[in-house]
Unconditional design. Structure first.
Lengths: 352, 327, 441
């Protein structure tokens, strides 16, 4: 395949592993955007502009970029609460994501959701879900709806490694396998459920084998620090889902550089500084950029320009968020029900 | 008007709605091949096929969550729980997902889903199979909750629930499936959040819903025949929104109220009804509002004790006499 | 453990009590039910008894002091027991109660005792029985708490211009409920709180030292006309629509009879009043429609003839009740009446001894009053006002004769009694007195 494409496009090397330069650049940009965005988020959080629980994605960028990179526009994406990068990569505007973090009207959910609950119906971004494992059956349900209508879309569902020990994981895998639903599940195995090493709580060595118990499922493990590996694995899974309406489970081995959330330390009781520093050497952005430069697909200037452009976008997003209005009290009752609540939702809310 | 059972009224509602709207499908344990644990879904598999009448594994959180996902994607699932006791395993799907997605997405997504099944005690099913889930759901903004007592209301409310764009928790009475009643032959819809005065009276308002409506009506007849007290019986029908205008107006007329429910007293539906009454009709009350509820214990298996634990008409009569200062 | 001695609630309307006399001193050993102190209530002087045994450790209220019901007045315990906590509690309570009691500083305490509420006229006869409780308006809290009334009762009372504090509550703990207000409105005003409702009267009867009751109370459904009469009449003169019937009675034979009987008695003496009570009781037994009460929706015909005898006492009136007077002989009536009247003058009547009469007799003859009208004491339906017996010329069989004549005026509740009904009763009453042999008919 790669060989054939190369021949068609001529002598100049335009790809890595058969992935065209355009796609590579797109994924590189997504990763850099994810990184710079989270850095800005950390800064805003520390200066008190963002509140609540805020989980950053730094280190794991290759998973979102590679996996979502394999989707079509009308496909669906579900994820958990570490959801900023998935939203950005899926195409939610950085302005809206940042404004949501700031709790402003310009946010994806008009300030109702915050860091953990990014949603965007325009790009089928199905949310940021805050309870571990809760969204796996939901993703199966979207798969059911696709099959019900005879469509060929695919559902991509991210979650963390802790999920594999819970009931919803097994209930969802059983159903998508038995009913042959077009769902691709991606576990972002960063080795730690908050501050607990997955090895300490999971009676399984390789997480992907968990899904092997369900006939009709397919499971594979990829290097989640390698965006191309994630992209290729997801491509295979999406193709299988689209063409045969069958599920796949991908285990992406990745690493988060920072603490579980903004309120947690990057290292301490559960892992060492040395370990984190060692993992940083295997940075997914640097490695893709290096390989592209090595392959003649990217120059240092081009990379710097891309980075500068991303930084400008993130700064603009922060300015947008800052200037976006704080939601007014009328928003409190606005999105609870689709219609007017009979008798009035505020009927019992005296003294406010 | 045909006289049919509550069970058949529900079946008719499902069938009519599935014929009307091909986005409507039903899923749950035993709903298909087995025709439903309580035969509510009888014959649906034959008419609508497996994709629309889906037998599920016994995995409530899983299939309820799947239903929520399908609803978000634009279908109109009806998720049947064999009983609401089992739905505790799906509480996360109902409360954390169904009730929240619209809000958390700032109104971008709707969740048009119905969760339905029988609640309450039946006969000697003991502690885990006799629970009244009403307040567990009525407490949750983002959900709508109804608990019909008659075949006509069961049909009209289920049809409305299926057409509603919000998640509806639909609590049937396990002992009501065989109750017969008149049901209109034509299309029949009952609005959510509207109570119904099932018996008019001047002396005391009895508020009840689901199975307890029948207990309340029985008590009202006794009060009339033996105690010269004419009770007005308000059937809540919906527990969220609670139609406080109806029961507040009734209490303003009668000055006295007895609130009946099968479930537990603490933080029960009745606690809310009483709060509404004291807040909106304080100056009309002639006596503290009385509550009759299930006793504050897990359900006993022994029949003799079960009978004591579940409220009966005599208890309602006693409470009504008390608020009328007749003892 | 120390036990508290408190100002006990000794009558239904008592809100405070005056300590007349301590029967014990600090350091005395007492047993349960020993007499501790004598208290003056709004109605009578009563005793406070020890609830448990022990040593009187502390006396907190001096003789002559008035304290609210519930106030700590003394402490009984074991010798040497630490009662400082109780004393603090008492001090705190006292300061809350506007410093009504200041333990150890009785004189200062006297200085801060709020003025006693206006004396409530007792539930007696010939003065208006409208009670003015110490509340200035409906729902206002009193020394002992708030007037218990259901919200709708309050609202209805407000709308009708009534005060719930003026209305006798029939609900739990005396709560004024809707039906009480409806009754008060129907009665055109109030059912005075200080009077015992007929329901309460029945309770009092149970403990009263009377013979077996001849009949059970009977509740009658008034006719539409009767209801209309009740409604219409109350709009004319006050809560109880009175009308008055006067007749003059020749007392000659009655006085002779009395004289003859007294001549045969070794101890005691039958008074004119005893004869009147006896005759009234007999007449009531023959006219049960007079021995009745208006109860808003119904009329209660009392099964027992219980006659209240108005007794003037220092600073007021009280009506000891002679139970089942129609079942008692003159001598028995006389003995019982004089005993009751004696204790009434000493303010030593128990509440059940002065509440719940079904008819009253008020005699002002000893004050040289010829004739007067008395105000009905609700829920009784009538009261008989008796004037003095006066020698005067009358025409008897065409001849002018000097005869002892007595005028009586009966006040009737028109809701219960019509003119002719009342007249027939008086006719009987008069005939019996003029021909005492009627008594045995």
């Amino acid at each position: 395949m790669a060989k054939a494409e190369e021949e068609i496009m001529g002598a100049e090397r335009a790809d890595l592993q058969g992935i065209p330069r355009e796609k590579l650049l797109e994924m590189l940009r997504w990763m850099v955007l994810s990184r710079r965005f989270e850095e800005k988020t950390a800064e805003a959080y520390q200066s008190g502009k963002i509140g609540g629980f805020c989980h950053l994605y730094i280190g794991q960028e290759a998973v979102a970029a590679g996996a979502i990179g394999a989707l079509r526009e009308d496909d669906y994406v579900f994820t958990a609460y570490r959801d900023h990068a998935q939203a950005l990569v899926r195409g939610v505007s950085s302005d809206a994501v940042m404004a949501e973090l700031f709790g402003r009207i310009g946010g994806t959910s008009r300030g109702a959701g915050g860091s953990m609950h990014m949603f965007d119906s325009e790009v089928n971004f199905m949310g940021g879900h805050g309870i571990v494992g809760t969204h796996l059956p939901l993703a199966a349900g979207v798969g059911y709806a696709i099959k019900y209508r005879g469509g060929d879309q695919v559902v991509l569902c991210f979650f963390g490694d802790s999920v594999v020990n819970g009931g919803p994981f097994h209930e969802a895998f059983n159903m998508v396998a038995k009913w042959e639903l077009p769902v691709v599940y991606v576990v972002e195995n960063n080795s730690y459920g908050m501050g607990t090493d997955i090895d300490r709580v999971a009676a399984v060595d390789q997480l992907f084998t968990r899904a092997c118990a369900y006939e009709g499922n397919r499971a594979e493990q990829v290097d989640g620090m390698d965006v191309l590996a994630v992209y290729e694995a997801t491509n295979r899974a999406v193709k299988r889902a689209r063409e045969t309406s069958r599920p796949t489970f991908i285990e992406a081995r990745t690493y988060r550089y920072l603490g579980h959330s903004m309120s947690d330390p990057a290292h301490g009781t559960y892992r060492t500084r040395e370990e984190v520093q060692a993992e940083r050497k295997n940075d997914p952005i640097n490695s893709l950029a290096a390989r592209m430069e090595e392959g003649g697909l990217l120059t240092d200037e081009e990379y710097k320009a891309l980075d500068a452009e991303v930084i400008a976008e993130v700064e603009r997003a922060a300015r947008f968020a800052e200037s976006s209005p704080v939601p007014g009290p009328d928003e409190i009752y606005s999105h609870v029900y689709a219609d007017e609540f009979r008798g009035g939702l505020d009927r019992r809310d005296a003294w406010r | 008007m045909a006289v049919i059972t509550y069970r058949d009224a529900l079946n008719r509602a499902l069938r009519e709605e599935m014929r009307r709207d091909d986005r409507v499908f039903i899923m749950g344990e035993e709903v298909g091949e087995y025709d439903g644990a309580y035969k509510v879904t009888k014959g649906l598999l034959d008419e609508f096929g497996e994709m629309r009448v889906r037998d599920t594994p016994i995995a409530e959180n899983g299939f309820a969550g799947l239903g929520v996902g399908a609803a978000v994607a634009g279908l109109r699932p009806v998720v049947e729980f064999m009983t609401w006791n089992f739905a505790l395993l799906a509480y996360d799907a109902i409360v954390n997902s169904a009730a929240k997605i619209r809000h958390m997405s700032g109104g971008q997504f709707t969740v048009p889903i119905v969760f339905r099944g029988p609640g309450g005690s039946a006969l000697q099913l003991a502690a885990q199979h006799s629970q009244v889930p009403d307040p567990w759901y009525a407490n949750i903004p983002g959900l709508k909750v109804c608990a019909p007592a008659t075949p006509a209301d069961a049909m009209g409310l289920l049809k409305t629930a299926i057409r509603d764009d919000d998640p509806v928790v639909f609590i049937e009475g396990e002992l009501l499936y065989n109750v017969k009643g008149e049901v209109p032959d034509e299309e029949h819809l009952v609005p959510l959040g509207v109570a119904d005065i099932k018996r008019a009276g001047e002396d005391v308002t009895i508020v009840a819903h689901s199975k307890m409506l029948h207990v309340a009506l029985q008590a009202a007849e006794k009060l009339s025949a033996e105690h010269e007290v004419e009770a007005e019986v308000v059937d809540l029908r919906s527990l969220r929104p609670l139609d406080l205008d109806t029961y507040v107006a009734s209490v303003k007329k009668t000055n006295r109220a007895v609130v009946v429910e099968e479930g537990w007293p603490v933080a029960g539906i009745g606690a809310q009804v009483v709060d509404d009454i004291q807040r909106e009709a304080f100056d009309y009350l002639d006596a503290p509002v009385a509550r009759v509820s299930g006793l504050d214990v897990p359900m006993h298996y022994a029949r003799a004790l079960e009978k004591i634990i579940v409220p009966d008409a005599d208890a309602v009569v006693k409470a009504a006499r008390h608020v009328c200062y007749l003892d | 453990m120390a036990t508290k001695v408190v100002m006990a609630q000794l009558s239904p309307t008592m809100e405070e009590g005056k300590l007349l006399e301590w029967k014990v001193a600090e350091g005395d050993r007492v047993e349960a039910s020993d007499l501790l102190a004598e208290i003056e209530t709004d109605k009578a002087n009563m005793d406070i008894e020890a609830l448990g045994g022990g040593v009187v450790l502390k006396i907190l209220v001096e003789e002559g002091q008035t304290v609210p019901v519930g106030a700590l007045i003394g402490i009984i315990g074991e010798e040497g027991e630490d009662i400082s906590a109780l004393l603090e509690e008492a001090a705190a309570a006292a300061s809350v109660a506007s410093g009504a009691v200041e333990p150890g500083f009785p004189e200062e305490a006297d200085a801060v005792v709020p003025p006693a509420p206006p004396e409530a006229p007792p539930p007696a006869a010939p003065v208006p029985p409208v009670v003015e409780p110490p509340h200035s308006k409906a729902g206002e809290s009193s020394v002992t708490g708030t007037v218990k009334a259901s919200p709708v009762a309050r609202r209805m009372a407000d709308d009708a211009g009534l005060r719930v504090s003026d209305i006798q509550g029939s609900g739990p703990g005396g709560r004024v409920v809707k039906r009480d207000v409806e009754a008060a409105i129907a009665a055109g005003g109030t059912v005075a709180r200080a009077t015992e409702p007929s329901g309460g009267a029945a309770v009092a009867h149970a403990g009263a030292p009377s013979g077996p009751r001849r009949l059970a109370d009977e509740t009658l459904e008034p006719s539409q006309m009767r209801k209309a009469i009740a409604r219409r009449l109350v709009t004319s003169i006050g809560p109880v629509p009175h009308f008055f019937l006067t007749t003059e009675i020749d007392m000659g034979r009655a006085l002779e009879l009395r004289k003859a009987l007294n001549a045969r008695l070794t101890g005691g003496k039958i008074g004119v009043n005893d004869v009147l009570v006896k005759v009234a009781a007999e007449a009531l037994a023959r006219h049960p429609e007079i021995n009745a009460s208006w109860e808003g929706d119904t009329i209660r015909r009392h099964g027992s003839v219980d006659i209240g005898i108005a007794v003037a006492i220092e600073d007021g009136l009280i009506t000891p009740v002679l139970r089942a007077a129609d079942r008692k002989g003159l001598l028995e009536i006389s003995t019982e009446a004089s005993e009751l009247i004696g204790r009434a003058r000493e303010k030593r009547l128990l509440p059940e001894e002065y509440q719940g009469a079904t008819f009253s007799v008020s005699n002002l003859g000893m004050f040289d009053i010829d004739q007067f009208t008395a105000i009905i004491n609700p829920p009784e339906a009538a009261i008989l006002a008796v004037g003095g017996t006066i020698e005067k010329p009358v025409v008897v069989d065409g001849e002018i004769e000097v005869r002892p004549r007595m005028r009586v005026t009966m006040s009737c509740d028109h809701r219960v009694i019509d003119g002719a009904t009342g007249a027939r009763f008086l006719e009987t009453f008069k005939a019996m007195l003029e021909n005492p042999l009627e008594l045995v008919l």
